[in-house]
Design a protein around this ligand. Structure first.
Ligand code: IMP
Ligand code: MG
Length: 182
């Protein structure tokens, strides 16, 4: 199978209209909550950058950005539980209203680890927005402050999310494994 037919055989879980509509809602909610403040968006690379680009354009409050590089999956679809920082923050988050932007919450291990690292730098506040949330997969009890879509326990790709670095450029969120999403 060539690339195009492999991609089109992956069932769509969320199409680009659904994603765009939900991000507009999230943008409004976050803008209301941070009214009068300037949130500092910390995107978790690489999965979250497409989501973050769309989210920031739906904010009506000023926002600054930085990125953290994290490797939580070496290969395959199973979390090793090991988190490695591959790119540190560029500017201090001390006293800032930090909003971490994640592509997906799965076991919760990555964000649990990040929460510890980021809190140690004394932000004024620390919140999490995640596009996708596999609520049923949690190993560590972390909760996102803003969730785009709760999704079932399926490995998904597209809209920034990858499988072995592939499929990030897809405009939809698709299920990797089988023809059916659930
Ligand atoms: P956690 O530490 O298990 O919560 O995993 C979070 C990270 O694992 C995410 O930021 C993703 O990079 C990756 N991940 C978890 N589930 C998926 C998925 O279904 N597709 C692609 N990446 C995933
Ligand atoms: Mg990630």
């Amino acid at each position: 199978m060539d690339n195009a037919s492999t991609e089109s055989s992956l069932e769509i879980l969320l199409n680009s209209n659904q994603i765009a509509a939900r991000i507009r809602e999230l943008g409004e909610e976050i803008s209301n909550d941070y009214y009068g403040r300037t949130p500092h968006l910390v995107g978790v690379l690489k999965g979250a950058w497409i989501f973050m680009a769309d989210l920031i354009r739906n904010l009506s409050v000023e926002a600054t950005v930085d990125f953290l590089g994290i490797q939580s999956y070496v290969t395959g679809t199973t979390s090793s539980g090991e988190v490695k920082i591959t790119k540190d923050l560029d500017v201090s988050i001390a006293g800032r209203d930090v909003l971490v932007v994640e592509d997906i919450l799965d076991t919760g291990r990555t964000y649990h680890y990040l929460q510890g690292v980021l809190s140690a730098h004394r932000p004024k506040s620390l919140k999490l927005v995640t596009l996708l949330d596999k609520t049923g997969r949690r190993v560590v009890p972390v909760k996102a402050d803003y969730v785009g879509f709760p999704i079932p326990d399926v490995f998904v790709v597209g809209y920034g999310l990858d499988y072995n670095q592939q499929f990030r450029r897809l405009t939809e969120v698709r299920c990797l494994r089988s023809v059916a999403c659930v």
